[in-house]
Ligand binder design. Structure first.
Ligand code: ADP
Length: 378
């Protein structure tokens, strides 16, 4: 943990007490509580016109850094502070670990689920994972869709992973994401995998446990469609942070999505948010068309008691990038659709941090034990 501030420390600025009081009024944009109270500001020092301090971040991404910087600048400016040096320390909160947790170094496990196939679940999982990596997080993506793996195609990776000691599998890495998929281990990806329940469970747990994920802030799991056993296995063996539900707007998809939501509720899985994919199509004149109807995402979110995190449009570039093996967030990071995925990833990290904060009673910053990573932005 960061050190608590001690008022009345060696003064080097005539208005140090007022400056510290001013800092004490700043709320953390994620937890909306005073940053000093939460222990998120470390060792502030002031000279004539300059302030320096460490700030602990609970979510990656430049937007939150900028927001905190602006808030600090605003309260210190009246005292003539014109230069602010911040040592940023990203410490993503960690989920509650199981007693024999299979991956204690993985801070968060996020399940990406849908009731139905073809709604864009794998595409969302892939682009969210890449966006989290771009924002500065350590990320893994596990293709838990044993029957229809799509990660090899989405990332254009087809080689087999290696193992140094014959025990731990080293995941492949692409676009800043550690990847594992049953597809990497199949000689012929057109062949069907015929596995029954216990084998399936065993394989999935092996992919979690026997893969050398290292330290991860987020492990994104692309689950098979439906309400199947995979989520059940996971819920029993690892304490997952929560689930993201992907749906399309039309009624036909909704019935199956409701079942997936009900299953999450039965398993006590937190629903971190709902994504309405293929929500609308924006034509070349900028006019939006609701091709598959509208309101589905909002209905699912209401049923789930969760936030509708994003309404992603149908964008032909998404499909083209998928087929070329580079997720659109990596291929065209400045496109509107890539920005929508990045915003979605950012909102997800905020939801995760707030959820863990609330689980811990909301009194102090959620547990962030682990190595510190300092980055400096001036
Ligand atoms: P699922 O994992 O739910 O089966 P996929 O991610 O495989 O779905 O997506 C199904 C198809 O829809 C793929 O061809 C994919 O390229 C396409 N797709 C997904 N999201 C979008 C989108 N927002 N715009 C256009 N095409 C999309």
């Amino acid at each position: 943990m960061l050190r608590e501030l001690t008022y009345g420390s060696t003064m080097s600025h005539p208005k140090e007490k007022e400056l510290l009081d001013a800092l004490g009024t700043i709320s953390d944009p994620v937890f909306e509580k005073p940053m000093l109270e939460l222990g998120l500001v470390d060792s502030p020092t002031f000279t004539d016109n300059e302030a320096s301090m460490g700030v602990q971040l609970s979510c990656p991404g430049p937007e939150i850094q900028q927001e905190i910087r602006t808030r600090i600048e605003q309260v210190l400016a009246p005292f003539g502070i014109t230069k602010l040096n911040i040592h940023w320390d990203l410490k993503v909160p960690i989920r509650q670990l199981a007693s024999e947790d299979p991956v204690p170094h993985v801070r968060n496990i996020v399940l990406v689920m849908s009731g139905k196939g073809g709604v864009g679940k794998s595409t969302c999982a892939a682009n969210i994972a890449v966006a989290l990596g771009q924002a500065g997080a350590k990320v893994g993506l596990l293709d838990a869709d044993i029957y229809g793996p799509s990660v090899p195609t989405l990332f254009g990776v087809h080689e087999a992973p290696t193992s140094e000691d014959g025990k731990l599998i080293r995941p492949l890495e692409k676009h800043g994401v550690k990847l594992m998929s049953i597809g990497f281990l199949m000689d012929d990806p057109t062949q069907a995998v015929v596995w029954r329940g216990p084998m399936l469970h065993g394989a999935l747990m092996q992919f979690i446990k026997d893969v050398d994920w290292g330290e991860l802030d987020y492990l994104v799991l692309d689950l098979p469609p439906g309400t199947g056993d995979v989520a059940l296995t996971l819920a029993q063996h690892a304490k997952v942070t929560g689930a993201l539900i992907v749906t399309t707007p039309q009624e036909l998809a909704l019935q199956d999505v409701y079942k997936a939501v009900s299953m999450c509720k039965k398993l006590n899985l937190t629903i971190l948010g709902v994504i309405e994919n293929m929500s609308h199509f924006i034509d070349s004149a900028g006019v939006s068309h609701a091709l598959f109807g509208s309101g589905g995402g909002a209905k699912v979110a209401a049923f789930a008691g969760a936030h509708l995190l994003s309404k992603l449009p149908i964008d032909p570039e998404v499909g083209q990038c998928n087929d070329s093996g580079v997720p659109v967030v990596a291929a065209k990071p400045n496109s509107a659709i890539a920005k929508a995925y990045s915003k979605l990833a950012q909102d997800l990290t905020v939801r995760i941090a707030r959820h863990l904060f609330e689980m811990g009673g909301g009194q102090k910053a959620p547990s962030t034990d682990g190595p510190r990573r300092l980055r400096i932005m001036r």
